[in-house]
Every structure is written in structure tokens, then in C-alpha cells.
Write a protein that binds this ligand. Sequence first.
Ligand SMILES: *[C@@H]1O[C@H](CO)[C@@H](O)[C@H](O)[C@H]1NC(C)=O
Ligand SMILES: *[C@@H]1O[C@H](CO)[C@@H](O)[C@H](O)[C@H]1NC(C)=O
Ligand SMILES: *[C@@H]1O[C@H](CO)[C@@H](O)[C@H](O)[C@H]1NC(C)=O
Ligand SMILES: *[C@@H]1O[C@H](CO)[C@@H](O)[C@H](O)[C@H]1NC(C)=O
Ligand SMILES: *[C@@H]1O[C@H](CO)[C@@H](O)[C@H](O)[C@H]1NC(C)=O
Ligand SMILES: *[C@@H]1O[C@H](CO)[C@@H](O)[C@H](O)[C@H]1NC(C)=O
Ligand SMILES: *[C@@H]1O[C@H](CO)[C@@H](O)[C@H](O)[C@H]1NC(C)=O
Length: 652
Amino acid sequence: GLIMSELRVCSVLLLLMLFGQSFGATPSFSVDYQDDCFRKDGEKFRYISGSIHYSRIPRVYWKDRLLKMYMAGLNAIQTYIPWNYHEDFPGQYRFSGDRDLEHFLQLAQDVGLLVILRPGPYICAEWDMGGLPAWLLQKKDIVLRSSDPDYLAAVDKWMGKLLPMMKPYLYQNGGPIISVQVENEYGSYFACDYNYMRHLTRLFRSHLGEEVVLFTTDGAGRSFLKCGSIQDLYATVDFGPGGNVTAAFSAQRYAEPHGPLVNSEFYTGWLDNWGSRHSVVSSAVVAKSLSKMLAMGANVNMYMFIGGTNFGYWNGAGGKYSSQPTSYDYDAPLTEAGDLTEKYFAIREVIKMIPEGPIPPTTPKYAYGPVKMKKLQTLTDALEVLSYSGPVRSIYPQTFIDLDQKFGYVLYRTTLPMNCSSPTPLASPLNGVHDRAYVSVNGVAVGILERNTAIMINVTGKAGSQVDILVENMGRINYGKNINDFKGLVSNMTLGKDLLTGWSMYSLSIDDAVSQGLLGEKEATLRDPPPPAGLSPPAFYGGSFVIPDGIPDLPQDSYVKLPGWKKGQIWINGFNLGRYWPARGPQVTLFVPANILSTAAPNNVTVLELEGAPCSSKQSCTLEFTTTPILNATAPSDNKEHRSNWSYLSET
Ligand SMILES: *[C@@H]1O[C@H](CO)[C@@H](O)[C@H](O)[C@H]1NC(C)=O
Ligand SMILES: *[C@@H]1O[C@H](CO)[C@@H](O)[C@H](O)[C@H]1NC(C)=O
Ligand SMILES: *[C@@H]1O[C@H](CO)[C@@H](O)[C@H](O)[C@H]1NC(C)=O
Ligand SMILES: *[C@@H]1O[C@H](CO)[C@@H](O)[C@H](O)[C@H]1NC(C)=O
Ligand SMILES: *[C@@H]1O[C@H](CO)[C@@H](O)[C@H](O)[C@H]1NC(C)=O
Ligand SMILES: *[C@@H]1O[C@H](CO)[C@@H](O)[C@H](O)[C@H]1NC(C)=O
Ligand SMILES: *[C@@H]1O[C@H](CO)[C@@H](O)[C@H](O)[C@H]1NC(C)=O
């Protein structure tokens, strides 16, 4: 039996070699410097590609999104590989479930799409720390994205795991990957370390071979290409719609006088920041520039074709600190939820290479309606289940990394060393609250500190009163020279003129406690005052809803909004949907993918509200499932780093 089946496999392979490729030649992909194009299997080739990040889309939806991209007329996709998504502890790798990169690549190939791979190590991407693992910061003065030996050792180890895994998926080995990007927009980074780029080039070549097309991407300006481009890596550029396409490509020609024109990131939309207006880019402008580039014979990757969602804590933040919201909708041609838009059809019209077959329809949404939420317990009540190892004590505050905490929240506790009978300033004079802190004295909420914008509040209280400062990591900076973004209290706090000392620091494992159902309802005690209308201490709320019987095709996707709630984190059945902050906007609803919902049991919703839930004697606390996303609610313009277009590439 074995021999027969082996023979059969052999003859199938033989047939494939004879007829699948032209005259038995192995598949090839290369840069043609004579004819200024790519060549695939010897033929002139041009890609029209779109960016999709598997890390921002639930695995069950990968195929649907890829099919929609294929049906728009694309022949390729581009994806980033976030290092910190796969190696959360040094040497511990995760590649299953939503992290099953090989499955994603296989699906792309099955659908008929080639792949442009962007494995970093740095990726930017509005992703926490630009994809670099936070544990790199254990060396406090590490110079990321440079020849720093400790940084390089970690990169070598990671790439030694990742790139051999990618090798069978290279086009010349029968897979979908036609090209591989090295680093990302390195010309925008201050270090300008050619030895680092040379090191990466050798590393990529040693794992992937001499044949594969390796490339770089930089802003379309000579100044970027100066430090970004290097010999043996094909230099490409990125730029958005509405500008002078010829002028932009002339920047690429400065680095590559010959070879194909490539725009590696053609912006179909733009990112958002909390507190700024929602970014939108008109379909007409996108279509016009795309049409121009295609007429020039250029290769184009649309960034993003579908943005998706920063579930959990994965969002990044802009240079001088402006945190990005949970939705990464990006105003892309497919929405965060994979819905077809007017922009999708406008782009399809420009490409005019419409494959046969139906476009997968927009996924139906269901409004599960309002859900009543009950207060469970305050965060400090729940401290024992949230911090099973107990506090770390030290004279001065330590950072998240010192405490071995990467994401989420740490509680810093100390006592008032003196009587503060009149309002006394509690401050972080060196702006060391990274990124937002919820302060209470003896269990009473007294104020909020926020990086760059609120470094001082007044407190009162007797000597010995307990001071709790819950510090939230709102996402690490993903761009520019400040990517060594330490979290927690990164400098000393003062009370009046004195340093505050004697800290107990609780690393909080909130996600574990939520998914293990450890946050039960606390028995009401006489101590508990009715929730005040203003600020109250961080607390958990719980509720549940049942998916109705007798309606076909449930569960379906939904959006959840939290009317009257201020800021916090929300989980459904233990899955961390992300941060909500309707009080600041522009995002109001969170995407709820159907795959986290259950028809077999009530669905459990947990909310950590940091500032104060809307419950009062008159109003109960509810959240609401709806079918319509709201990502553009006008927010107070209290955010100084207002960026609504791609000009931030030139910031450094
Ligand atoms: C676009 O740029 C090119 C090259 O720099 C220049 O020749 C052309 O006049 C520009 N077109 C417009 C409309 O400004
Ligand atoms: C605080 O004030 C109380 C009287 O209200 C006094 O007994 C105590 O000694 C004072 N403590 C400090 C540290 O000043
Ligand atoms: C703190 O209190 C002082 C004195 O009462 C007052 O001048 C100041 O405005 C207060 N600051 C804040 C941030 O509330
Ligand atoms: C806090 O101040 C002390 C004393 O000046 C200093 O030794 C320590 O490094 C400071 N800690 C931080 C986190 O800045
Ligand atoms: C929600 O919690 C209840 C009570 O712990 C449990 O019985 C139920 O299975 C949970 N629902 C889901 C979908 O996990
Ligand atoms: C938000 O988007 C919706 C749907 O596109 C639109 O109707 C509404 O006018 C927008 N609101 C704001 C404040 O821009
Ligand atoms: C982008 O923003 C910059 C500064 O914020 C502004 O000067 C420029 O006009 C904007 N460009 C577009 C295309 O909106």
C-alpha cells in the first residue's frame, strides 16, 4: 500500500512539474532591471495587493476576508508579522489558533493570492511597540533597531525560529510568498545604523536563500531613502492618495534608477487616535491616485485593505504619546467587520480584473439588545484574586517590566506620610505616569493623572491614609525615537515637596481572573456607599445575555456600545474585546465577532470601568448590542497631537 501511494504521489508531482510550470522550470520570482518590472516564472508581472493583518482578525474570518480581496481583483496580499504576538516570553513561541501564521499563508494560496511578507523585526503598524516584545526593555538602555548586541541576539534567535518556518512558503519553493521586506521605514528612525541593516540582510539571506526578493519600504522622500535603503535590498516607497504620483515615484528612482515602481503602502484611509477626529479618505481620491499608478505600470499595495481590530491590549501609540483606539477600521475598503463598502467597489472598478464568481456578502449583524450590568466588586476588593503572588515592595516605584508585567494594569499603593488637611498636590513632576492613573485615598476616588496632560491632582487626608494609584498601560509607542516606552510609574511621585516612598505594587492578572470567572458579586455591606455621580474607584461589572431561539444563523456578529460609561476594558466570555472610551471618542462601538458567542449557555459580559459607571438610583447600568458601528463620534479636541493624515511620517 505504502509503495503504491508513494508512486502515485511521485507521478502527480511529475505531472505538476511537466504541465504546471513552463517546461518543468521551478517557479521563480525576480526583479528585472532591464525592463523595469518584476518577473514571475519568466513573465512580466505586476502586483495589485492589499494589506491584511491576521493578528487583527479572528481566524474563522481569514478566508472570508481573503476571498473578498481576491474578488476585488487583487493578485496579492501583504501582511506584517508582529514579533510580540508570537514570542510573549523569551524562547516561548505561539503559532496556534489566531496566531497560526502558516494556516493563514496556506489559505491565501488556496484562495489564489500571492503574499508579500513583512516579518520586521520592527513593523510600526499602530501595534504595541511596533511589534517588538516589551521584554527587550529588561535591558534598560537597549538601543532598539540598531546593532546593540543584546537586541541583535534576540532578533537572531527569533528570526532563527521564524524564517526557516517561512522558507517552504516562498514562491520558488511552491508557496505564495513572492517577496520579503526587511525592517520597516528604517529611514525614518534616528539610529541610521547601516551595520544593523547589513546584519539583517545577511540573516534573512542565510535563512531564506540567495534567490528571494528582499526589499525595504520608506517614505517617498530622498531623506528617508538615505538611511532606509541599502545594497541587495530592493528599495520601495510608500505614499498616500491625492499627491503627485510622478514626484513620489521619483524618490524611489533616486535609490533604484531601474526596476519596478512599487508603492508598498498606498493609504486607503488613515489611523485614529483617542480624542481626535475619525480619519476618512474619500473613495474618489483613492480611486484617482490608484488609477494613475496602475497606468504607470506601478506595483501597488493598498494599506489597509481591511484594518480589523486591536483586540485586548494590542493598540500602539503615536510618538509624543497619543494612544490609538481599539478599532483599526482605517476607513479601508473592507470595514473592521469585513463589510463591503463603496470604496471597495470604487477600487474594483479601477482594477477592472474581476475574477469569476460571487463576492462573499457582508456578514449579517444582530442586535442582541440592552444588557443589564450589576456591580460585582471594586478592583481593590478583588485584589486577592487579581494578584495571586501578592505585592512587591520597594522604596521607590518600579516599572511594569521590573514587575514582569507586560500589558494591562498595575496597582501602586502607599500611604500619606503626613496630614494633608488642606488640598496638597500629588504629582509626577517628571511626567512619569505611563499612561493613565486612577487615584483614590482610603477607597474614595480623588482624581486622574494622565501622561503629558495631567501630572498633578490635589489630595486631602490624614497621615496613614491608603493611597491607591491604578496605572493603565494604554499601548506602547510604535513609531519614532521613543519606542523604548516603559510603563507604570516610571519616575517618582511627590506629595507637596516630599518624595512618596514605601510602595506596594500589585501586578494584576485581570484577564485570567475574568476568564476563570473569579470576579463574583460581593455581598453588599453597610460600608458601601451608593455610587456617586462623579468619579468612583475602578470596579468590575457583570451581566449576561442569551442568544434567542428560533432565529436562524445565530450567533451573528454585533457591536456593543456603553452609553454613559466612561473608560475601561470589556470582555465577553473571557475574550478581551479591547478598551472603550466613549467619553473621549471617536470610537463608540466595539466589534463583537460571532465566534466568541455561545448559543449553549448565557454569554457573560465583564466590564472594568475605571472612572465611574452610569448607574444611579434613577438609572441602571446597561450596555447595548447594536448592528451599526459608530467610529466617528465628535470628541472634545483635548488631544494636542491631532494627526489626521499621513504627514506624520516626516515627524522625526
Ligand atoms: C508632478 O511632479 C512632476 C515631477 O516632479 C512634475 O514634472 C509635474 O509637473 C508635477 N505635476 C503636477 C500636476 O504638479
Ligand atoms: C496628624 O494629625 C493628628 C491630629 O489630627 C495628630 O495626632 C498626628 O500626630 C498628625 N500626624 C502627623 C504625621 O503629622
Ligand atoms: C490645588 O489646590 C490649590 C490650592 O487650593 C489650587 O490653587 C489649585 O488650583 C489646585 N489644583 C488642582 C489641579 O486642582
Ligand atoms: C526616585 O528618587 C530616588 C532618590 O532621589 C532615586 O534614587 C530613584 O532612582 C528615583 N526613582 C525613579 C523611578 O525615578
Ligand atoms: C457564563 O457563566 C456561567 C456561570 O458561571 C456559566 O455557567 C456559563 O457556561 C458561562 N457562559 C459561557 C458561554 O461560557
Ligand atoms: C459618522 O458617520 C456616519 C455614517 O457614515 C454619518 O452619517 C455621520 O454624519 C458621521 N458623523 C460625524 C460626526 O461625522
Ligand atoms: C495634513 O496635516 C498637515 C498638518 O497637520 C496639514 O498641513 C496638511 O494640509 C494635511 N494634508 C492633507 C492632505 O490633509
